[in-house]
Design a protein around this ligand. Sequence first.
Ligand code: SF4
Ligand code: SF4
Length: 168
Amino acid sequence: LKNTELPEEYRKLLETAKSKKREISKKLAGLSGKKIAGFDDFVHACHDEAFSGIDCSKCANCCSGLGPLFTQSDISRLSSFTGIKPGDFSQKYLRIDEDGDTVFREMPCPFLDENLCSCYEARPRACREYPHTDEKYMLTKMKRLAQNAQYCPAAFRVAMMIIEKYCR
Ligand code: SF4
Ligand code: SF4
């Protein structure tokens, strides 16, 4: 667990996610490439249900340990927000990882302030979209959901609801 201050309830969810890691990966991988009518609608309803019981401001596990991939427009927006020139912003905060993606130089995120995002209006697109459970074409995103279920208690709940309905 990345955030050592996680509430007990979220910690337990992530411990269960860890103990079921192989099962979750295998079952969700089994859905990839299938055609299931209404799948996106089902996942989006699961997303709403999962987040109705989870308060991100008490969690921040994604901001503590995962961090976003940056696009050029993310860098421009954050550069304006912070008043730091894009080149200087990149040098100060970012690095290229082993996959060639632009990521934060260090985690926890430098903009994380007591579980809240201090650049919320200008945060990277990937932060806005995390954990990617209310997007289209969810059947193509099962591998990523299985990975995110290890970090995000809400994504874990969504993963388990999908498994309960479609992988029995
Ligand atoms: S920019 Fe904000 S939302 Fe994104 S990882 Fe940092 S604190 Fe979290
Ligand atoms: S998106 Fe998930 S990991 Fe991030 S703060 Fe919310 S519940 Fe926690």
